[in-house]
Write a protein that binds this ligand. Structure first.
Ligand code: GTQ
Ligand code: FE2
Length: 369
């Protein structure tokens, strides 16, 4: 049956056979001329609220890690393939390697003494380390150590390579805005040097030595930068900040997001805003037994459990999660976090895109059913 602008009106008269034939010819001619009328597309394109194609989905670290390990044994890393990164492919996104419509999330694995060659691309990237150490990522010639709990930036168009200096493998997660860049046809890529430009292994990068003192910025670099100049946000700082929020709460100060829920956002110290123009990153810590108020947000996010056990309740469905497990929360999905033990979660999202376009929306505390 052909769609009709008056289809929903009960009093609309049945089309005559002539009208019906004319309407069929009209749609056939639209098709020939690569045209589609709004009235047949409205429900899909302009729903009352976001109806994401991406699905809520959980990948367990216990499954991911051995698969990455097998790739490590079988698939060399080098020029051309560039990275041994295995992407989360959201089951709602047509088999593409996209966690959400905007975000790429992957487990990357480097074997003992291996090197992933230098390149740069316009896509913004970060790494988050849930376990292990011993890899240095060299960002525009600055060697940055990667250790458990660290959040590391590779903003767009910065050259980067990774090299494992140890005799043990290391795996971590990458987050990038690859799908966003792909859908907007805005991507550029260049190969860099074939050898790692600096094989030194300092414990702090030059970027941290210049920038990573809270509230203090070098007078040689005033003005706002589009990306945070801090290459690594270290676990000791994140952990301490969260501990102190909960300690202050214990002392009677209302400094947490909500009772038993401490959280921090990683920020660009030159603006106070998000670390990169397309990606927001946060760390959340819930006390054992705490739970968050249900909320929906425009935009998609990915969580990785850093430690502890708990559940993400997504549109009323409980997904139990443990260390290393990753969950995708599609746009406008009702999210509640429940902590069984103390529950530490890393989170990243595409919210800065919607903030920048004045399309961000949040609802808090509504019923999920
Ligand atoms: O480490 O440079 O997961 O360029 C995807 C693309 C990682 C990287 C990914 C990349 C990288
Ligand atoms: Fe890269």
């Amino acid at each position: 049956m052909l769609a009709n602008m008056n289809a929903s009106e009960p009093s609309a008269p049945e089309p005559t056979p002539e009208e019906d034939a004319a309407l069929r010819r009209l749609y056939a001619d639209f098709d020939t001329e690569n045209l589609l009328p709004l009235w047949t597309q409205l429900g899909d394109l302009m729903p009352m609220h976001p109806k994401p194609s991406a699905r809520a989905h959980v990948w367990s670290w216990k499954t991911l890690y051995p698969l990455a390990q097998r790739a490590g044994d079988l698939v060399p890393v080098g020029r051309g393939g560039e990275r041994r990164a295995i992407a989360l492919a959201n089951p709602g996104l047509g088999g593409r390697p996209f966690a959400t419509p905007t975000l790429w999330a992957a487990i990357q694995y480097l074997g003992p003494q291996e090197t992933a060659p230098e390149h740069r691309h316009t896509q913004n990237a970060f790494r988050f380390v849930v376990e292990g150490e011993g890899v240095w990522t060299v960002v525009d010639g600055d060697p940055v150590a990667m250790r458990r709990g660290d959040f590391l930036l590779t903003p767009g168009w910065h050259f980067h390579s990774h090299h494992n200096t140890t005799d043990r493998p290391m795996a971590w997660i990458d987050g990038l805005d690859i799908p966003f860049a792909h859908y907007t046809d805005s991507t550029f890529f260049e190969f860099g040097a074939d050898e790692v430009t600096d094989r030194s292994t300092p414990s702090a990068s030059r970027s941290e030595r210049l920038w990573a003192y809270p509230g203090l910025r070098p007078l040689s670099a005033l003005g706002s930068l589009p990306n945070s100049p801090i290459a690594a946000y270290r676990w000791e700082h994140t952990d301490r900040a969260l501990d102190e929020q909960l300690a202050l709460e214990d002392e009677g100060h209302a400094v947490t997001v909500e009772p038993g829920h401490a959280a921090v956002r990683y920020t660009n110290p030159t603006t106070g805003g998000d670390v990169m123009p397309t990606i927001r990153a946060e760390f959340h810590r819930l006390r054992a037994g705490a739970e968050t108020t249900t909320r929906r947000e425009v935009g998609s996010s990915v969580f990785q459990v850093f430690s502890g056990e708990g559940a993400l309740v997504l549109d009323g469905v409980e997904h139990r999660m443990a260390q290393g497990d990753l969950a995708v929360v599609p746009s406008w999905t009702a999210l509640k976090i429940q902590a069984e033990s103390r529950f530490d979660l890393f989170r990243f999202s595409d919210t800065p895109i919607f903030d920048g376009l004045h399309q961000a929306r949040v609802t808090v505390g509504e019923d999920t059913e």
